[in-house]
Write a new protein. Structure first.
Length: 191
């Protein structure tokens, strides 16, 4: 009986975009607590010259961008649920698990699937936030050595090294606001 009650609650939360948006809001609120320190570190840190531990783990900066990335992931998944409610429900009923299309952490792919068309600079931000979500904000090393050097390919196929110092807090928050607006992801708190 407990499994049925838990399953019903899970199913309801799964199919409720406002619940996903609210979790995104919670994560943005948590990130805001780290924002001033992140701005200070990004402004003053000499990432190339420093041999301090913070530069090796990205310290507060990695955690801040991880929280922003998790928030964006929840917002994008809210839109995907709106667009694919029947598919999500069918997959859950068949497997009693999170539907496969909601298991990704790739913010570029989630944004595209949700109908957001990023600019080239948006893609850089989404790529770095994905890295923060997957490993760079959580662990000192990635699961694969090949991910360690933060090399990414642009749309044109050019490879280049990326780092958090490329991110501007205002640009990142602006992208979150732009995605919310374009995908109609207003917070239930604003109602």
């Amino acid at each position: 009986m407990s499994d049925d009650i838990d399953g019903d609650e899970y199913h309801w939360h799964l199919l409720s975009p406002p619940v996903w948006v609210l979790r995104g809001d919670d994560l943005l609120d948590a990130a805001q607590l780290l924002e001033s320190e992140t701005r200070r570190v990004l402004k003053n840190w000499d990432w190339e010259a420093s041999d301090e531990l913070e530069s090796l783990t990205n310290g507060v900066v990695g955690v801040y961008f991880m929280l922003i990335g998790f928030a964006l992931e929840n917002l994008l998944k809210a839109k995907l649920i709106r667009l694919n409610r029947d598919v999500a429900s069918t997959q859950f009923v068949a497997t009693r698990k999170l539907p496969a299309f909601l298991k990704s952490h790739d913010l570029r792919a989630l944004a595209a699937d949700a109908g957001f068309r990023p600019t080239q600079s948006d893609e850089v931000v989404l790529t770095l936030l994905t890295r923060a979500v997957v490993w760079d904000g959580r662990y000192p090393i990635p699961a694969r050595v090949s991910d360690m050097h933060r090399i990414v390919k642009s749309r044109e196929g050019q490879k280049r090294r990326m780092s958090f110092q490329e991110l501007d807090v205002d640009d990142v928050l602006g992208l979150v606001a732009k995605i919310r607006e374009k995908l109609n992801l207003r917070s239930p708190r604003d109602s």
